[in-house]
Design a protein around this ligand. Structure first.
Ligand code: SOE
Length: 374
């Protein structure tokens, strides 16, 4: 069988993650588009790929390309994904699917019309122990849920000298920390529990009111001092949810919490047992039991649910992490293109669901009111 040809639009941190995952899944990277034709040429040279695209038209008219990976800043997700779908390509579009709910609705509708495979990398679903937690909850091992709580904390924007396109609402969207990382937590918790958030009460805070000008660097401070810019997106957020089953949930999100680099954490407490997951220690799932008992389920191919074993590509004790999640997600997207139906593959419908939650979180934060998620 011939190799799947792919194009990557956007050559920042996440573009390189997509590239590696695509190569490992057996695809051929036909070309790359970047923030300028010159940058595209530089990246094409260093990736050793045949084409440096100068425009989205060049990407979507390349007959060698079957899948377009959209890895640009958020405001470009809709036009890029739309052009690719209209040209008959399959699409992997970075989250958030779009910066406005209407745009996410349009993309999900278009994907459904074209029938192409269209996925969004909510990749934390691909931690094997997440699959284990989901299977245990589905089998009733936790009993009815009593409470969900957690946080997603980072610190890469703690320093006011750091800035990034995500901070600018025009490029990143009206919400920053919630849309960027709160969205992952919500997707993960809804998917793991099978319950859906039905209403929300949220609050945002911008704790660093001015930052150095955007440097173009993703996760590093600018080399030279630049004039300060006012910040118009939130650094921290808190949200309370009630699910459709009546379970109360609370979430704290931050990009300014010193020492927390990418700590997505949640605990789900049921009538019979609890489970807790920490993305920074994703080799094990904590299980809390009555009568002073606790346990850990350790990731590995030798035990646990079928999905946990499928995604455990290394033996227990040989740590898997973020990259493996991404690789499994991209491989599953390509399997879907071949006609398979991989379990838990996050689609544009899931991207739309996320955009809907973010939209209502923003409304709740603005109005200071409990808001139904409809
Ligand atoms: C930056 O906050 C970021 O790279 C997010 O954009 C990703 O979605 C998350 O997985 C890790 O952090």
């Amino acid at each position: 069988m011939s190799k799947l040809g792919i194009a990557i639009i956007g050559a920042g941190m996440i573009g390189t993650v997509h590239r590696r995952a695509a190569l490992l899944a057996g695809a051929e990277v036909r070309g790359v588009a970047a923030s300028s034709p010159q940058r595209a040429s530089e990246v094409a040279r260093s990736w050793n790929v045949p084409r440096a695209y100068r425009s989205i038209e060049e990407v979507v008219t390349d007959p060698q390309v079957q899948v377009v990976h959209v890895c640009t800043p958020n405001h470009l997700h809709r036009p890029m994904a739309e052009a690719a779908l209209q040209a008959g390509k399959h699409v992997i579009c970075e989250k958030p699917l779009a910066t406005r709910l209407e745009d996410a609705q349009a993309l999900a509708a278009l994907a459904a019309t074209t029938g192409r495979v269209a996925t969004v990398p909510f990749v934390y679903r691909y931690h094997p122990v997440i699959r284990e937690a989901r299977a245990r909850i589905a089998q009733g091992e936790l009993g009815p849920l009593h409470l969900i709580h957690g946080s997603y904390l980072q610190d890469w924007l703690l320093d006011p000298a750091r800035n990034n396109w995500r901070v600018d609402p025009v490029l990143g969207g009206a919400s920053r920390v919630f849309a960027d990382i709160g969205s992952h937590w919500c997707d993960l918790v809804e998917w793991t529990t099978g319950e859906r958030f039905a209403e929300v009460s949220a609050a945002f805070n911008t704790v660093i009111s001015e930052r150095d000008a955007i440097s173009g660097q993703s996760f590093s401070a600018p080399a030279a001092p630049a004039p300060m810019q006012a910040v118009a997106s939130e650094d921290v957020a808190a949200a309370m949810f009630r699910t459709d089953a009546g379970t109360l949930a609370s979430l704290t999100v931050s990009q300014v919490s010193a020492g927390r680099h990418n700590r997505l954490w949640f605990e789900i407490d049921g009538a019979k047992a609890s489970v807790a997951f920490n993305q920074e220690e994703a080799e094990r799932l904590w299980i809390g039991l009555p009568d002073q008992r606790q346990a850990f389920f350790v990731r590995g191919p030798g035990a646990g649910s079928a999905e946990q074993r499928r995604l455990s590509v290394l033996p227990a004790g040989h740590a898997q992490g973020y990259d493996h999640c991404f690789e499994a997600f991209v491989a599953d997207t390509y399997r879907a293109i071949e006609g398979e139906r991989p379990h838990g593959l996050p689609s544009f419908e899931d991207g739309l669901r996320s955009a809907r939650i973010v939209d209502h979180v923003i409304t709740s934060a603005r109005t200071r009111a409990w808001t139904p998620i409809v």
